[in-house]
Every structure is written in structure tokens, then in C-alpha cells.
Design a protein around this ligand. Structure first.
Ligand code: FES
Length: 173
């Protein structure tokens, strides 16, 4: 009698295990594509922006000029039609290289402008809280920003200047 009982319990256990195993397998099979879809933008960390042509190299001199251009950027599943409008302050440096600065203030994100204040010549100025940066975008000590302006990656090809993604700038006060 006790052997019989053991056998029945064992079968029940076998059934439970089989059902649980199959359920888990089917559940995982259904769940995986959903989870993969949900986290897809996180896995594709780098934005899909590539270098964008912004003009002929001779258009840029030592004086920073503001240029606007559009990049194709994907934010999660959202991609703005026609691209996202970007602005850069572009200048040619003494060593012949190009510097393209982001206009976004590193304090609280207002827009900085070259010689934005008549008081401060040869500087970028942020009107929101009086943030100041040198002509290469380095934050000036004693003003609110605590880091230099970010810069765009630059590339010159066939006499044209191309701007890429935005990266932090080294240094800073
Ligand atoms: S946001 Fe530019 S100084 Fe505050």
C-alpha cells in the first residue's frame, strides 16, 4: 500500500514538473521577443547620427560663427521627420584645425552666444546667469558653469567641413 502511494505521488510530481517546465519554456519563448523589443533602444546606445557636411572650409575663420544643420537622430523608437536641428559655433584655430562648440551652457542649459555681452569681448556669454567661456569654450572661473562647452567631432574631406557627434571637451577651470 505504501509502495502504491509512493508511485502515485511520483507520477503527480512528474506531471507537475513537466507542466511547470513546459510552461516556463513557452513563457520564456513568448517573453524574450517582448523584452528584446522593449530594451532595443537601450542596446543601441549610440545615436545613429553620422558626420554631416556643414560647408566649405574657407567659409570659416578665426571668429566663431553660428551654423545650423540637421541630423537624423533616433530617440528610442522616435525619429523626427526631416531630422533634428542642431547649432554649432564653428571657428578655425591657430593650428589650422576646426573647433565646433555646442551652444548649450554647462550650467543649466541656456544658449550661449559669441560676444553675447558687450561687456565681455572675445568670449562666449550665457545670458541666463552670466556664464562666461573663453574663445575655445573653456569656462571662466568665478562664473556659474563648472565645465567647458561640449564640442562636435570634426572632419575635413574634399575641402568640406563635416560635424559628427557631440563629445565633452577636455580641461576646464
Ligand atoms: S544656464 Fe548658463 S549660466 Fe546658468
Amino acid at each position: 500500500m505504501s509502495t502504491n502511494k509512493k508511485r502515485r505521488l511520483s507520477r503527480r510530481q512528474f506531471l507537475i514538473n513537466t507542466l511547470a517546465g513546459s510552461g516556463a519554456f513557452m513563457g520564456a519563448g513568448m517573453l524574450y521577443p517582448m523584452v528584446r523589443f522593449a530594451i532595443d533602444p537601450i542596446l543601441q546606445k549610440e545615436t545613429q547620427s553620422s558626420f554631416v557636411e556643414v560647408g566649405a572650409v574657407e567659409e570659416f575663420g578665426k571668429e566663431p560663427i553660428a551654423i545650423q544643420f540637421f541630423v537624423e537622430q533616433k530617440d528610442g523608437w522616435y525619429q523626427k521627420e526631416g531630422g533634428t536641428k542642431m547649432t554649432a559655433w564653428v571657428m578655425k584655430q591657430d593650428d589650422g584645425k576646426f573647433l565646433a562648440l555646442s551652444p548649450i551652457c554647462k550650467h543649466l542649459g541656456c544658449t550661449v552666444k559669441w560676444e553675447g555681452s558687450p561687456e565681455f569681448k572675445d568670449e562666449f556669454y550665457c545670458p541666463c546667469h552670466g556664464g562666461r567661456y573663453t574663445d575655445t569654450g573653456i569656462n571662466i572661473p568665478g562664473t556659474p558653469p563648472l565645465a567647458p562647452l561640449d564640442k562636435y567631432k570634426t572632419e575635413v574631406k574634399n575641402g568640406k567641413l563635416f560635424l559628427g557627434s557631440i563629445v565633452p571637451q577636455e580641461g576646464g577651470a
